[in-house]
Ligand binder design. Structure first.
Ligand code: ZN
Length: 201
């Protein structure tokens, strides 16, 4: 263990920053130092923004999106096609599809994918809620926008089976999503193409 070079408050800041995705201990130290140097311009507004977001964050009880209102901004948007539900594993995938302007529809966030190895079963995900939403007569199509991984495709098949008696067309993303690929890492063009060229299952 290297000895601490700063007081416990700064060490704690570094430890917490190191837990952010993409930041290791070295970059966390660099980020902490940057914040300390820019404490008026960056650190204080960041601390205030984190506090405000923390107080206001809500999980949409309809679709599972993260927002500061419930129902979320997407579910409240009446310009979206109510006939289409886009099913994603994670909020990051919803945000990626929105960035790509891939589809003007509603979403459903599963909260993950089925993964027997990790002990994630149907009841750990919002699959029941999706099935009841899909039975709304207004819904005509369910697009499974899931990762092209084994778990993603297992989940897609599972949901497709559950929706067989719902009066909806079930489609999934086609060309453009590489095998083993994760949606959040695709560029906008690839995502848009995959959404346009979706196929019936
Ligand atoms: Zn919502």
């Amino acid at each position: 263990m290297p000895s601490a070079v700063a007081g416990p408050e700064i060490e704690r800041l570094i430890q917490l920053l190191a837990r952010l995705p993409g930041l290791g201990p070295r970059s966390a130290r660099r980020a902490a130092l940057f914040l300390i140097k820019k404490r008026e311009q960056i650190m204080a507004p960041l601390a205030a923004a984190v506090q405000t977001a923390l107080e206001k964050i809500e999980i949409c009880s309809t679709c599972g999106n993260v927002d500061t209102q419930n129902p979320c901004t997407v579910c409240r948007d009446f310009n979206r096609d109510p006939a289409i539900i886009v099913v994603v594993a994670d909020v990051a995938d919803l945000w990626a599809l929105e960035r790509a302007h891939a589809v003007n529809a509603r979403y459903h966030v599963l909260g993950g994918t089925l993964s027997p190895l990790d002990g994630i079963g149907p009841h750990d995900l919002t699959i029941d809620a999706l099935v009841s939403r899909a039975h709304d007569p207004a819904v005509k199509e369910v697009i499974l926008a899931l990762n092209a991984t084994v778990d993603g495709q297992t989940t897609a098949h599972y949901i497709t089976d559950l929706l067989h008696d719902a009066n909806v067309t079930v489609t999934r993303l086609a060309h453009g999503v590489p095998v083993g690929g994760e949606l959040d890492y695709l560029d906008e063009g690839t995502l848009s193409a995959a959404m346009r060229q979706r196929t019936a299952i």
